[in-house]
Ligand binder design. Structure first.
Ligand code: NAD
Length: 533
């Protein structure tokens, strides 16, 4: 029996939850998917219970082509809409999302299995992104004057055009954030979007799409196709002008190769094996608290989750003891309530991947400090928050991304060693440094090759700094989301230069030889004139 108060109680019954999430809503959401004709469907299962949430159309390449064609048609009017009017849609979406958040929270929990407090992070981040681009896109997209080769006689202006139709492929771990925030930036820039959310997270994405429609987004500007990634992804690359992909490094490489063959741009947000360095002067209580949030939010299925922790040898024992106490006290449950520290894993294959990493590590001599077991008494995909030590390079969990609630602890002798260990990875997504001295921590942070480094926080500080770009170095990605980069990537720069007074050629009556002597002198002189350099 699932614990009382679990969604299974509600879900097996037809009446909707108090928020309105029920069969009728899910069917209405499914009706938004683009299909050329009647399609077979696939079921979406609720991770908490394994029960069927609803069904969605299994689109094919023809549906993607149709979605791209209709989006392309709608984009012509959308790009002609003033940027302030486009941004007004984002700001209304922001307000509607806050007003209807209970429905979104229920849906996110039912579809992903995450705890409510982690679902709330999705609401907050999506709201921040909608507000940021809603308020700042007009400034970021504004034409910019540039210094010209010969001042006064040439005036150069950079104009930003939307690329046209953007394809977005989103994974299942952040149904709302990854389902819609990249879409918001692309729309604000004047593009149409064809979105293919993961099979496991499509209902939340469709919910956000319907909210955008309620906020005034014209029909056709944002189309959704649902179904298998390997089927729809390649068709999407064929039909769009830019690809935004979030997922594993392996699939990202495939998408990038296909995009390269078409000479279209792509932005890739990929995997990580994110380190945390605890410096000697760190507050151990705060660091362990931060680690619990950073390693076990979303049951560790967060691209920026902390999976490796480097602790000074002198405090290693006490740090490990404190962490184990804290983890043992965690409340793990499928309840749709805020007093839960961790929910379920989301898909069976990820649970199996986590079990395989832990089994491999234990077979090769790792020490299990806590966790390491499935919890079928809570639901089919629950796995305990797990802490390992004595992990060696021979074990898969040492260098491969686990993407689950498993954290590995390593002692270090000096900070140089800790920095070298943190950087000893093909990934470079996120990192975390803990110290009582922000200056010391910043100095260490600058030496870590990762797209984001959080000081005295695991990942939320950089993620919520919406004006600053986030993304991966090395094998963790290409391109950035958030900030100016997060919207300009959906545009193409066009430079328009106006020539005035005289051409960039010898003036009439001036002998060519004299011009050839004076022009380099003039150019050389410009280096010395302040304001022209
Ligand atoms: P995955 O690469 O297997 O799948 C990601 C998505 O791509 C899925 O929806 C899948 O159906 C789809 N897909 C599969 N083949 C495709 C193809 N040929 N073309 C286009 N799409 C295709 O990854 P996963 O295991 O489902 O997701 C977890 C991974 O995503 C982890 O590595 C995690 O770190 C990464 N991730 C990264 C970020 C980030 O922002 N950097 C965020 C979330 C997840």
């Amino acid at each position: 029996m699932p614990p009382s108060g679990s969604p299974a109680d509600h879900w097996s019954a037809t009446p909707p939850l108090a928020s309105g999430v029920g069969i009728a809503l899910l069917d209405r959401l499914a009706a938004q998917v683009v299909t050329a004709h009647e399609r077979r469907t696939f079921p979406v299962l609720a991770p908490f219970t394994g029960a069927r949430l609803g069904s969605l159309p299994a689109c094919d390449a023809g549906d993607v082509a149709l979605a791209c064609a209709t989006a392309r048609g709608a984009q012509r009017d959308w790009v002609a809409t003033p940027v302030t009017a486009r941004c007004a849609v984002l700001l209304r979406f922001h307000d509607l999302l806050l007003a209807r958040r209970e429905q979104a929270l229920d849906l996110i929990q039912l579809e992903s299995g995450k705890a409510r407090r982690h679902a709330l992070e999705e609401i907050v981040d999506t709201t921040l992104v909608a507000r940021y681009y809603g308020l700042h896109a007009p400034r970021l997209l504004r034409p910019r004057r540039h210094a010209a080769g010969l001042p006064l006689i040439t005036r150069a202006v950079e104009v930003r055009h939307p690329v046209g139709v953007v394809g977005v492929v989103a994974p299942w771990n952040f149904p709302l954030i990854l389902g819609i925030t990249d879409v918001l930036a692309a729309l604000a820039a004047g593009n149409a979007v064809v979105l293919r959310p993961d099979e496991q997270s499509s209902f939340t994405a469709l919910w956000a799409v319907s909210l955008l429609r309620d906020a005034g987004l014209p029909a056709g500007v944002l189309r959704v196709v649902t179904g298998e990634g390997p089927v729809l992804g390649p068709a999407l690359v064929e039909g769009v002008d830019f690809m935004m992909f979030t997922g594993s490094t392996r699939t990202g490489r495939t998408v990038a190769t296909q995009a390269a063959a078409r000479l279209i741009g792509c932005s890739l947000e990929l995997g990580g094996k994110n380190p945390m360095i605890v410096l000697e002067d760190a507050d151990v209580d705060r660091a362990t608290e931060g680690l619990v949030r950073g390693a076990f939010a979303g049951a560790g299925q967060v691209c920026v989750s902390i999976e490796r922790v480097y602790v000074p040898r002198a405090v290693f024992e006490s740090f490990a003891r404190r962490l184990v106490e804290r983890v043992a006290a965690m409340r793990v449950s499928p309840a749709l309530a805020y007093d839960v520290d961790m929910g379920s894993m989301t898909v069976p294959r990820q649970l199996e991947a986590v079990e395989a990493h832990v089994a491999d590590a234990l077979a090769k001599g790792a020490t299990l400090l806590t966790g390491g077991r499935r919890r079928p008494d809570l639901g089919p995909l629950f796995y305990e928050p797990t802490v390992l030590t004595d992990v060696t390079p021979a074990m898969r969990v040492f260098a491969e991304e686990t993407f689950g609630p498993v954290v590995t602890l390593y002692p270090y002798d000096d900070v140089e060693q800790a920095i070298a260990l943190a950087n000893d990875t093909p990934y470079g997504l996120n990192a975390s440094v803990w110290s009582r001295s922000a200056r010391r921590a910043m100095a260490v942070a600058r030496r870590i090759r990762a797209g984001t480094v959080n000081v005295n926080e695991a990942y939320a500080a950089t993620w919520t700094a919406t004006d600053a770009p986030i993304g991966g170095m090395k094998q963790s990605g290409m391109g950035r989301r958030h900030g100016a980069e997060g919207i300009l990537k959906y545009t193409e720069a066009q430079t328009i230069a106006v020539q005035r007074l005289m051409p960039l050629a010898p003036p009439p009556l001036l002998p060519e030889a004299l011009y050839a002597t004076w022009l380099p002198r003039l150019v050389g002189l410009m280096r010395r004139v302040p304001g022209l350099r």
